[in-house]
Design a protein around this ligand. Structure first.
Ligand SMILES: Cc1cc2nc3c(=O)[nH]c(=O)nc-3n(C[C@H](O)[C@H](O)[C@H](O)COP(=O)(O)OP(=O)(O)OC[C@H]3O[C@@H](n4cnc5c(N)ncnc54)[C@H](O)[C@@H]3O)c2cc1C
Length: 439
């Protein structure tokens, strides 16, 4: 019989594992002690944040360091505009503390339920052509190494650039200091436009507001755009309802997904039946505009493409997805971002358009995901580290100009591969191989 109490699983409940040791540290001393014990006993170690990655990144049969209790805002420095938090702290808690202090994070993704260290480690991002991924806001880290020592990593170091997107392979991120900005409001301006109209002037569109995104249902010709502009205006009355409007829309997608469970061809029909009202313009605090509660569980695949390849990607996706004739009830989401300098950042060295596909959690959609993945890969896409993909180190290495630098750092910090699991071995290769190449 399966003992469910000892099974760790992702938010999507599509990936699970049974760790031999499950440790929930509350102070840094317990983190270092756990890592030393693992080293003595020859155990592998993986760290779990909130499990919002869709793949086996955090899984282990050895020692799981579950940071759900390792939380808390340790310091807010108003003059320097920084916040220091424990690695397991969720973004929602950081946003609330900063809001009270008159500060904010410059940009986050659509979710605030994940941990700060999990977001950093997977290249988490929001949207905005001048905004790098979330981890670019990190100014200092404390990293517990494979020896159980604590390294203070500062902003200027090469180790910082590597640690900013490291999939938990360089050590355990104990505390994080993030740069903040003065608290700000955003005006959210929804719109609708023909998909081809946006694609014809995609780069201009990407630069048209502080933060832009669009959603598109593959059986339609129209895309729904959102532009978010910084503003000094006060929040609109009832703005909180707007935040939940997106949540309600996702619940409709969940229902349409159920309707399409037997007949995926029925999804467009179900979506029309459940059609949402027209979104309206409103102003609210930045962090409430960026993210919204997401109770419906799904699977997602996302690739970061050179900005100029996005129009071709969407046009090819349109043909490919229509050929299936079976649709996901979730729209394709397109966001944009600035180039990053972290070696494993999916946006390393290039302005980027992110193309995201969300599907219900049934095997029926596997082929659609696979088709989309290969299409995006062929257009020089790099997969989101925290989302579903099938790429191996062989596929990924040529896509990252500083891949070998990262592997050298990894080999130095974790020579025995303590922080590796089967999945990391697949996407990054074993540590030994890195050492042979860079010794
Ligand atoms: C509903 C939903 C919405 C999402 N929206 C977005 C979005 O808008 N933008 C986006 O980019 N992504 C998005 N994602 C993906 C997801 O947010 C990221 O993969 C993510 O940030 C994971 O954080 P986590 O705390 O859940 O980490 P986990 O999934 O638990 O772990 C992820 C990785 O981080 C490592 N890790 C965690 N904590 C530490 C630590 N302290 N030290 C070292 N390594 C550590 C783990 O070992 C693992 O390798 C979304 C996911 C979901 C489910």
């Amino acid at each position: 019989m399966t003992d469910r109490r000892h099974i760790w699983q992702t938010w999507s409940r599509t990936v699970r594992c049974r760790p031999a040791r499950w440790i929930t540290p509350r102070v840094e001393g317990q983190l270092t002690e756990a890592v030393r014990t693992a080293a003595e006993q020859g155990l592998g170690v993986r760290v779990a944040g909130s499990g919002h990655s869709f793949n086996q990144l955090a899984c282990t049969e050895d020692m799981l360091l579950d940071l759900s209790g390792y939380t808390g805002v340790l310091d807010i420095d108003r003059r320097a505009a920084t916040v220091t938090v424990r690695g397991g702290t969720r973004l929602a808690e950081i946003n609330a503390a900063l809001d009270r202090a008159g500060l904010a994070l410059a940009n986050i993704g659509t979710l605030d339920a994940q941990t700060v260290a999990g977001a950093i480690s997977t290249g988490n991002h929001g949207t905005g052509i001048t905004h790098r991924p979330f981890s670019a806001q990190v100014s200092a880290l404390r990293l517990v190494t494979a020896e159980g020592a604590v390294l203070c990593v500062d902003e200027e170091s090469e180790l910082m650039r590597a640690a900013r997107t490291s999939l938990g392979t360089l050590g355990v991120i104990s505390t994080v200091t993030l740069r903040c900005v003065p608290r700000f409001n955003l005006r959210s301006v929804p719109g609708a436009e023909r998909l081809d109209g946006i694609l014809d002037r995609f780069e201009e569109w990407a630069h048209s507001a502080d933060h832009v995104s669009f959603n598109w249902l593959p059986w339609t010709e129209e895309a729904f755009t959102r532009a978010w502009h910084r503003t000094d205006e006060v929040p609109t009355r009832g703005a909180v309802r707007q935040r939940y409007a997106t949540t309600v829309d996702e619940m409709r997608c969940g229902l349409a997904g159920l309707a399409g469970h037997r007949r995926p061809a029925a999804v467009p029909w179900a979506k029309r039946l459940l059609a949402a009202g027209v979104p309206t313009e409103y102003v609210d605090a930045g962090h409430r505009v960026f993210s919204f509660p997401q109770p419906v569980r799904f699977l997602a695949l996302e690739h970061a493409l050179p900005l100029e390849n996005v129009p071709a990607a969407l046009r090819e996706l349109r043909v490919a997805l229509r050929r299936f004739g079976a649709y996901s009830p979730y729209s394709v989401l397109v966001r944009v971002g600035a180039a990053d300098d972290s070696p494993l950042s999916p946006v390393f060295g290039r302005l980027t358009g992110y193309v995201n596909l969300t599907v219900p959690r049934t095997a029926r959609y596997t082929e659609i995901l696979r088709t989309a993945e290969h299409l995006l890969r062929d257009l020089d896409g790099r997969p989101h580290w925290g989302k579903a993909h099938t790429a191996t180190a062989e596929v990924l290495r040529p896509r990252y100009p500083q891949w070998d630098r990262f592997q050298a750092i990894r080999g130095k910090l974790d020579p025995t591969g303590m922080f590796c699991n089967e999945y990391v071995g697949r996407v990054l290769g074993p540590v030994d191989a890195a050492q042979q190449v860079y010794a």
